[in-house]
Design a protein around this ligand. Structure first.
Ligand code: N01
Length: 532
């Protein structure tokens, strides 16, 4: 090993909520850190996803950092589910408050990283031609950041305006009086469709799969509610961490089948009135029993039938897959929007879009002329952002090759063959099945604790062992295959990307079990890792 001094102790890729906190923690340990970020400001997902109607669907008093008591006490969220601009403003406030800006290089994309086994260093190449070295490379690239542009014939020939929800222009888009097509009815489509419909001349929604959508019931935060949460913040945060998803949702009982239909529906009505994601936790067997799950599925389908006036449209909007197989959506006036005269639902569940022409969309021989095309087609989730970087580990092994049949990681934190690299909320960690910000904090704290341990013991290299990684991957897949999430096509399994291996991407065993495992690994002197 030679003793080349690296340019930085750590390079962090991405300045979203993960990258910002990682920078804060490492710098607090006296490390020299450089963060690279493609965007012009901080916030990651909340920087890029500026589509009309974009707002978080997790209660923001809990979808926020908790590492700083001062921060969580001083910041005031305006609404129960704040809009993208408020989340982006919060990210900027954090960068101001903790003076993160000088260590973040914006408008810079990391294109490649390569491990030098002799020097124990990563070399990171950026799109401005720079090559910089660091002892650690930490990927804070986000789970839902690699944009999925669908492979639809003729898309590039469309003569009107085209927008993707996850890459929205800064100045917004004006739909006034225009003929608009939205392709995609996941969370981004569900949030944007009502807002676009209110402005457009006519909106056609092209739906491949109908989704379950709960009403948000968004509202301003009441001062007494805020005061109560702030007075009990640490206890409430601790309670959330003990729950499966890292969100505190009250559980009504172990099984939907153990209570009468009347009692069950009363409970579902309470959750519908509450709004948001709380219905997910009503009964503990939604992920293990088709029959239990079907009770909630049918409850929501009946709500759709009651809201949507045209029974044929209502049936098209009523999801066929089980509730919680795909990600539950939260919307405002989503189903009501289909009662508008200027909105038409086009079912493409059996017939793919034939092609996009310069003037519109052709489906099953029928032509829909449009001026604006909105792609709400989601992401190459969890692995996409990592695989889009040319990452080369020991002996030039590429991450793309290593993951050709699906991601392999130890705890979603580390990859054998890629020493001194950490992935924040990587595949095989609970990430997108949990409240993301607490999950990010848990990872950042684990990684900074690990680096601290290495520095204390004068260790220069850490790498996941193949056996530990294989055992973890098998465990992740075993649990994933047992959940009802395995019964439909969803981005959780990579099914939305043509050719992507069908493998569960997040760990579906819950936040508490996962965090306990991570603690045990650390307490055991980083068992499953080779350190030297
Ligand atoms: O993406 P999606 P998203 N032809 O993949 C359809 C988070 N999020 O951006 O279901 C036609 O869910 C696709 O159809 P199908 C949240 O975790 C959070 O909406 O694959 N249609 C689907 O309808 C969420 O789950 C928030 O059959 C095509 C849609 O496009 C995740 O991000 C807000 C197609 C894509 O839905 C992703 O959500 C927004 C094609 N070729 C997002 N390709 C909040 O916190 C894809 N589709 C509020």
């Amino acid at each position: 090993m030679n003793n080349t001094k690296p340019d930085f102790d750590a390079i962090v890729v991405g300045a979203g909520f993960a990258g910002m906190y990682m920078l804060y923690r490492l710098r607090a340990r006296g490390m020299r850190v450089r963060v690279f970020e493609t965007g012009t400001s901080v916030g990651g997902t909340w920087y890029w996803n500026r589509y009309p109607g974009a707002r978080v669907d997790t209660e923001t008093m809990f979808y926020s950092y908790q590492f700083s008591e001062e921060l969580q006490q001083e910041w005031d969220w305006p609404e129960r589910y704040p809009a993208q601009e408020d989340l982006a403003a919060y990210a900027r406030h954090v960068a101001d408050r903790f003076e993160l800006w000088p260590d973040i290089q914006f408008e810079t994309r990391v294109e490649a990283t390569a491990w030098d086994d002799d020097a124990n260093l990563w070399t990171v190449e950026t799109d401005d031609g720079a090559r910089l070295t660091a002892s650690f490379c930490i990927m804070a690239t986000g789970c839902l950041s690699a944009v999925n542009y669908p492979e639809i014939e003729g898309l590039d020939d469309f003569a009107g305006e085209t927008y993707h929800t996850a890459h929205w222009p800064d100045g917004g888009a004006d739909f006034t009086g225009k003929r608009v097509a939205v392709i995609g009815t996941g969370s981004s489509g569900v949030q944007s469709i009502p807002v676009i419909a209110a402005q457009a001349g006519h909106l056609h929604v092209f739906q491949r799969t109908a989704n379950y959508v709960m009403p948000a019931h968004n509202r301003p935060m009441a001062p007494d509610e805020v005061a109560e949460i702030k007075a009990n913040y640490s206890a409430l945060r601790a309670k959330a961490k003990r729950s499966f998803s890292g969100n505190y949702f009250p559980v009504a009982g172990p099984s939907a089948l153990a209570v009468s239909e009347e009692e069950r529906n009363r409970e579902y009505e309470v959750r519908w009135a509450m709004g948001g994601l709380a219905i997910m936790a009503t009964y503990a067997d939604f992920q293990t029993s088709d029959a239990a799950n079907e009770t909630a599925s049918e409850f929501i389908r009946n709500k759709i039938r009651a809201i949507v006036k045209n029974p044929e449209v209502a049936e098209l909007l009523a999801p066929k897959q089980l509730f919680l197989c795909k990600r539950l959506c939260v919307g405002t006036d989503y189903f009501e929007t289909y009662n508008r005269d200027n909105v038409t639902l086009v079912d493409i569940s059996d017939t793919e879009i034939d092609r996009i022409t310069p003037e519109g969309v052709l489906v099953d021989g029928e032509f829909y002329p449009v001026d604006v095309l909105v792609l709400a087609t989601g992401f190459d989730a969890v692995t996409g952002a990592l695989k889009r970087i040319d990452i080369r580990g020991v002996n030039g092994l590429t991450l793309r090759d290593k993951w050709a049949d699906g991601p392999k990681t130890y705890l979603g934190l580390s990859i054998s063959g890629f020493p001194n690299m950490f992935t924040i909320t990587g595949p095989g960690s609970p990430s997108v099945l949990t409240n993301m910000i607490p999950s990010i904090e848990q990872h950042v704290e684990w990684i900074s604790g690990c680096i601290e341990h290495m520095r204390k013991h004068e260790l220069g290299r850490i790498e996941a062992e193949v056996t530990a990684e294989t055992d973890w991957v098998n465990h992740v897949n075993d649990i994933g295959d047992k959940t009802l999430r395995a019964t439909c096509q969803s981005w959780y399994f990579g099914s939305n990307i043509p050719g992507k291996p069908r493998v569960i991407l997040p760990y579906a065993g819950g936040f508490p079990a996962y965090a306990k495992k991570c603690d045990m690994v650390a307490d055991g002197g980083y068992s499953g890792f080779s350190l030297r």
